[in-house]
Design a protein around this ligand. Structure first.
Ligand code: AHR
Length: 320
């Protein structure tokens, strides 16, 4: 492929003439985790839209939440000789070998929305939010809202071993340091899904005196929070009042819950990781310009004070 030649020139830094063709002659393989949440489904939609806008041939592979399927997809993209690979890595470890194979084939890899525990030379850049900061923002909101009052917190973690689950937990705990009124009494993975979020919240409620001992829920994503809200209601309690609800993603349905007074706060994660990734790739293709190793996306806090119904209406259709 034309880009491959241009890339090999870039790699050897010889005086090559880079392909002046537009991105339209580029093929990108995208290994997506699956569709475990509304946010993930929106990321897929937006990635396809962004590719279409640029005339890029996107080869899409859904891994159904399994790392082995992602590794298989990456190997298939390498065999096809794609110009670049995008991957949203389901977990943080186990990527060195296949990323090394992509590097040996001079195929740049860009990480979307999650990071990996691998040498940074094995990927071109990672387009992600500051996952620790997201947890920190959620924790700080709870510290401010409880204002020193005793509050037992339950936590629904994301997929075990994924960088958001690890980092969002870390950031939240950092925010709670020094505020002994706040105590995380239960913490378990809900795997970023509504179903599991509801199931695990049911077990938390049962274990904590029908929920009477619980003052707040921190969920690593809105989908688990929405599932948990259902469980709280079925236990006869008022989510958003008896049990405060703070989560991450800012998908439309959390604003629907906020408008009903059933959720309190969310930290936004843009589903458009692919736009900056395609732009970085085009810049590299055009003149060999390497992007920074991290392209950070914003994390904005939304609360019930932000006209949730209006935000819901605005967000519907943005890939959701
Ligand atoms: O990696 C981002 C996380 O993955 C989102 O917060 C969650 O909804 C998705 O499953």
């Amino acid at each position: 492929m034309k880009f491959m030649k241009a890339l090999s020139c870039a790699t050897v830094l010889a005086g090559c003439v880079f392909s002046s063709a537009s991105a339209a002659d580029m093929t990108v393989g995208f290994s997506q985790i699956g569709s475990e949440s509304g946010w993930r489904a929106a990321e897929t939609t937006v990635t396809k839209q962004e590719a279409e806008k640029r005339g890029i041939d996107l080869k899409f592979a859904d891994a159904q939440q399994k790392q082995e399927n992602q590794i298989k997809a990456l190997r298939s993209f390498i065999a096809q000789g794609v110009d670049a690979i995008f991957v949203a890595p389901v977990v943080a470890t186990g990527w060195d070998e296949v990323l090394g194979e992509a590097k040996d084939a001079s195929i740049p890899v860009i990480l979307l929305d999650r990071t990996v525990d691998a040498d940074k030379s094995l990927y071109m850049t990672a387009v992600t939010s500051d996952l620790v900061h997201e947890g920190n923002v959620a924790g700080k909101w709870l510290v401010d809202t409880t204002a020193g009052k005793p509050c037992n917190v339950v936590e629904l973690q994301g997929t075990t071993g994924s960088s958001p689950a690890i980092d969002r937990k870390k950031g939240f705990e950092e925010a709670l340091k020094g505020h002994d009124n706040l105590k995380i009494v239960r913490s378990q993975t809900g795997d970023f899904t509504r179903t599991k979020g509801k199931e695990v919240m049911e077990s938390f409620l049962k274990a904590e005196n029908g929920g009477k001992n619980i003052c707040a829920l921190y969920a690593h994503n809105d989908d688990m929070a929405v599932g948990a809200i259902q469980a709280i209601k079925e236990a006869g309690l008022k989510p958003g009042k008896d049990i405060l609800v703070v989560s991450i993603d800012a998908v439309p349905d959390i604003f629907k819950a906020m408008a009903a007074g059933e959720a309190n706060a969310t930290v936004e994660l843009t589903p458009n990781m692919a736009g900056p990734a395609f732009d970085a790739l085009a810049a590299f293709k055009k003149d060999g310009k390497e992007p920074p190793k991290w392209i950070q996306t914003e994390s904005k806090l939304y609360t019930q004070a932000d006209d949730p119904q209006k935000v819901y209406d605005a967000k519907k259709g943005l890939g959701y």
